[in-house]
Design a protein around this ligand. Structure first.
Ligand code: ADP
Length: 263
């Protein structure tokens, strides 16, 4: 299949205020899409529509050739994993127990994880660098540690699509790059699709091969990163002047900004 998602004229609002307006997108498997745009432009709402947490008020969302709302919840959970902005676990589960929750959509009711499942858990704990505190309660972790647990749980779900909502916002630059790199490795090795809401244009340039720019609920521009990450797009979307240059050190495009000199 050449596309995994097909969104046609999707509109959504909370109450009477429109938040997304006539969004149409075709998203192919094996790509890493970045959703970008100013605060309040509808990025998280779009992700919540893709994960099935919200339903469009008009328009349609098809996933894998079938309307998203017609997928049984358990089947959808086997395909989609979401790393939310604020990962909250209220009870005192250990880190390992929370990561094991990622297996649930694949287990039969009351079944216990197999030795392969447990090996997968150890692998993702190791990959995300959280093995050392795997037995600690999740309520006693820093924001950045919790975020790595959320990514580990999502990877344990072995999804076809990984939805990330500013998954690196609480992480220092070392951990941000490490997490993005390991996610990218997974998507390159296993063909997992990634759809990531991102704030930082330079991290998006490093991580995403396609970018979708939203402004006031509309898709302003979308396409391959090297085509759409331009000073013109950035000026239109964010209202700042930008310079975009190839960077031989990082091997991706580097963005510098300033407020307009003559606004
Ligand atoms: P972004 O992720 O781009 O910052 P959001 O999708 O979070 O944007 O929000 C888009 C708009 O919808 C904002 O104006 C926000 O205040 C509003 N909004 C988001 N969630 C809710 C909600 N649960 N109830 C009412 N308004 C909301």
């Amino acid at each position: 299949m050449d596309r995994l998602w097909s969104l046609k004229d999707v509109s959504f609002g909370y109450g009477t205020t429109p938040v997304l307006q006539e969004v149409s997108l075709e998203l192919r498997p094996g790509h890493c899409y970045g959703i970008l745009g100013p605060n309040g432009s509808g990025k998280t709402t779009l992700l919540d529509l893709l994960s099935g947490l919200l339903a469009p008020q008009s328009g349609t969302i098809e996933f894998n050739g079938r309307f998203l709302h017609s997928w049984p919840k358990k089947h959808l959970a086997q395909q989609l994993a979401l790393v939310p902005q604020d990962f909250m676990v209220r009870f005192g589960y250990s880190v390992r127990e929370v990561v094991e929750m990622g297996l649930h959509p694949h287990l039969h009711r009351f079944a216990t994880p197999s030795s392969e499942d447990l090996a997968l858990i150890e692998e993702v704990l190791e990959l995300t660098g959280i093995t050392t505190f795997a037995d600690r309660s999740v309520t006693r972790l820093s924001g950045g540690e919790k975020q790595r647990v959320a990514v580990a749980r999502a990877l344990a779900q072995q999804p076809t699509v990984l939805l990330l909502d500013e998954a690196t916002s609480n992480l220092d630059i070392h951990h941000s790059l490490e997490i993005l790199q390991l996610i990218r490795k997974r998507f390159e090795q296993q063909g997992m699709q990634v759809i990531a809401v991102m704030h930082d244009l330079n991290l998006a340039s490093f991580f995403c091969d396609h970018l979708i720019f939203l402004k006031k609920g509309h898709v302003v521009c979308q396409g391959p990163t090297e085509e759409v990450l331009t000073p013109e797009t950035i000026a239109t979307v964010y209202g700042v002047e930008a310079e975009v240059t190839p960077n031989t050190f990082t091997n991706c495009r580097q963005v510098s900004f300033r407020l307009p000199v003559n606004p």
